[in-house]
Write a protein that binds this ligand. Sequence first.
Ligand code: GLC
Length: 567
Amino acid sequence: MRKIVLRLSLVLLGVLMASPIAAAQISSHAENLEAEPWWKHAVFYEIYPRSFADSNGDGIGDLKGIASKLDYLKDLGVDAIWITPCFPSPQVDFGYDVSDYENIDPMYGTLADFDVLASEAKKRGIHIILDFVVNHSSDQHPWFLDSKSSRTAAHRDWYIWRDGKKPGEAPNNWVSNFGGSAWKFDAATNQYYYHYFYAEQPDLNWRNPAVKDAMFDVTRWWYKRGVAGFRLDAVDALFEDPNLKDNPILRPGTNAFGDPIEDRKYNTNLPEVHDVLRGLRKVADENDAVLIGETWTANVAELNKYYGEGNNELQLPMDFLFTMVNKLSATEFRKQIGAVDAASGWPTFVISNHDIVRSYDRYGDGEHNDQIAKLMAALYLTLRGTPIMYYGEEIGMKTTTPARKEDVKDPIGRTGWPEEKGRDGERTPMQWDGSENAGFSSGTPWLPVPPTYKTHNVADEGRDPDSVLEFYKKVLKLRHTNAALLQGKYTALNEGDAKVLSYLRLYREHGVVVALNMSSTPQRVKLELRSKGFASARQLLASGDASVKGEEVSLEPFGVFIGELTK
Ligand code: GLC
């Protein structure tokens, strides 16, 4: 009985929390919008807390710092923030090694700070998404400390312990994603434990129901504190073949860490992960929450599995195939957008994150980087699907990788140097203004502020109507207020055009056309509007001089045209 009452109150809490800015803005501006779950029309924004805003001058960002920037985020057009791990952690992998799932690391603040952040965010209609590191904990987590203490410890089976093949030989050939064998020998108990990432990140044993119960309870605990969902870290690595079969070797040679190149057939993407996702989704549904997945897949068929049958698993599995379109190519983007648009669930678009080189220089040609940043904004913020922005993308932050191995903070950059220089470059401090340390901290920032803070920062760009930031604000405003952009269907136009990517978003009688010149030369294209029942378009937003005459649109190099269709 108590359980039922508790559930009901959680559902109520969920309903109360589900009054997002997106819903408010949409209902007042876009008519006739069908009732949709909040996360479909929300714009998500990833915050790497170490690098966002430092309130106490220790050079490391914190929760109070995030709270101080909520007005900025709201003004930008953000509806939900995903905070990468801010839980107690020895910080071997900068928080992705969690030693207590139900607390805040003192370097980021306290639970009371979290509560203030949650309530301030709620006042502004901003949802909070936390990062749930499901595959592994820290080796300093009390569960692992107990697990390691003896073969008969209560938590022994919470992790994956095995005997070696023979003395001195790991149980199989699996290599860690972060270099070296995925097995570490523990002399005290004479067994090996498995770690897909660093040895300080032992994998949890999800075949043990006690692990599953404890981890499900972690989500309930945070839901009660006002969290609106989770980004599930490294979900594809959750299960391993119980027989520990050796992975096949893909080809001769070695990777950046000097390890054999394996097909991770027996330690990733095992079907058992879907049972866990269905279970986590049930708990999420009881709380009107969203589950985002770190879902690296080889194709859309694999991505579809993460939505689950009848969409009963992840609402927002990230489409990393989109981030793998590594060059500005209309043909390649069209292909990937078409593929994910036909997926069995609602698409989720990202162009950068804390593990991926920033989009600014990934697509930039060194000469038109700002125009290209605007073009990319116009692309992923006008597609049918939920976008997840990465902090700093909106001001054109650049990947700034350390030049010397001794300056690298990310351990994989030290073990993989020079082939793999680590992820520091995309995790540098947010550039708030042109003052010392870019206004990020009054102390010495944990990573150096990139020199580009002088030209690319929030304060200065806010004063320049032509800046990347102002363009982001305009696109986001349009996206929040235009019914066709919110939920219109996607229709590709001019599919043979290798230079201009164009498409329609159609919703009932509303229609928007988007044309993006992905080339460095001016383009004049005749869009296939008539065949779709429209005569022309009225400009809503453009980047660079753009003009439209009937079906014909003229675009500057890397120019953008977004227009309302006319009959
Ligand atoms: C995910 C995170 C990455 C982290 C790894 C191990 O891939 O995005 O930053 O290092 O998991 O937790």
